[in-house]
Design a protein around this ligand. Sequence first.
Ligand code: ZN
Length: 181
Amino acid sequence: MSKASNAELPKSVDPYRLAEQNTVLEGVIPLSALARFRESVLGFDEGAACRVRLSFSMDSERRRIVSGELEAPVNLECQRCMGPMATTQNSRFVLGLVTSDEQAQQLPRELEPFLTDEFSADLWAMVEDELLLVLPPFPLHDRNECPAREDLEALEPDAAPAESGKENPFSVLADLKKTKH
Ligand SMILES: [Zn+2]
């Protein structure tokens, strides 16, 4: 993601007009302003912000689309050692703007509905929803970095040490995710 804009993302916009004008918005949202998100994580550095890029457009059937990406530095609680772990959460999403549940049901499956008023959408709430979706339900340090690793190895004497050179399927997955961006 481009590091260009450190300005705050507008909070309230006219989403249908932005879609008609193919507008791209880029900016940041202070994490401290997102109350639901704040309650769902261990914490974050003072002044930490979610970096966001939202691209509004209309498809051939005049559906209003928002393609977005976000990146947020956040501390989660490792569920093995219960200690803090610094992470960066990333997400890409494609939303279809709708003004009613009926419209939401008519969206093609690849579009996630975002219910909004035609003339006013809360972009911060939109981004917060996406941030909450991407948080891992069971965060864990990398095995080699977890302070509880020695306890774990004592519990599993037969477990192969990480140095064995055997490819860990999860690290492959992590690499795939990295290259996607
Ligand atoms: Zn840990």
